[in-house]
Design a protein around this ligand. Sequence first.
Ligand code: BEZ
Length: 211
Amino acid sequence: MAIRLGDVAPDFTAASTDGEIEFHNWLGDQWGILFSHPKDFTPVCTTELGAFASRKAEFDARNTKIIGLSVDSLESHDGWKGDIAETQGTALNFPLIADEDRNVATLYDMIHPNELETLTVRSVFIIGPDKKVKLTLTYPASTGRNIDEVLRVLDSLQLTAGYSVATPVNWTDGKDVIVAPALSDEEATAKFPKGFKTLKPYLRVTPQPNK
Ligand code: BEZ
């Protein structure tokens, strides 16, 4: 069954390049990002894993753990790691799940048979410290993901989890945000000491509150 926003992220135990992972225990009280790759030794996946590895410090800075998945074996992953380091200039520095029995892929509905019969598509799940799914993204095998976008939505999720705001189109960290429509003007005045601008009664903007 498809995973929906607000669902508890399914827990699992799986073999990974960093040893056995008990997913919820591994997440602890941090944010987490689980992303799938169709297959080992494939070109787009190789570039994605190198890019996630080279930018891992940016996820660390956001108190967020990252973990990849491919349905190939641990032995295959170990061989592929060498190619990733060689061609992408960064060694894998986070776990890659070996989901040979497709247990995790099935739990997270990562196999879309009309797109790829037995391999996973490029799924992304962002999971909050409460273990609930905050965001899902699905890309076809032929389109690599965008790390800037993953970080951008993570920034939005973390900001909106702590403040009564929403982020507008193309928002990036540091830009003005939208006052939650549920707040009255009086409540907004109390919550946002930098003030807010009313463009329409339902569209009020304020400087990013945690800057
Ligand atoms: C790739 O990562 O390049 C890829 C994987 C599966 C199918 C097509 C492309």
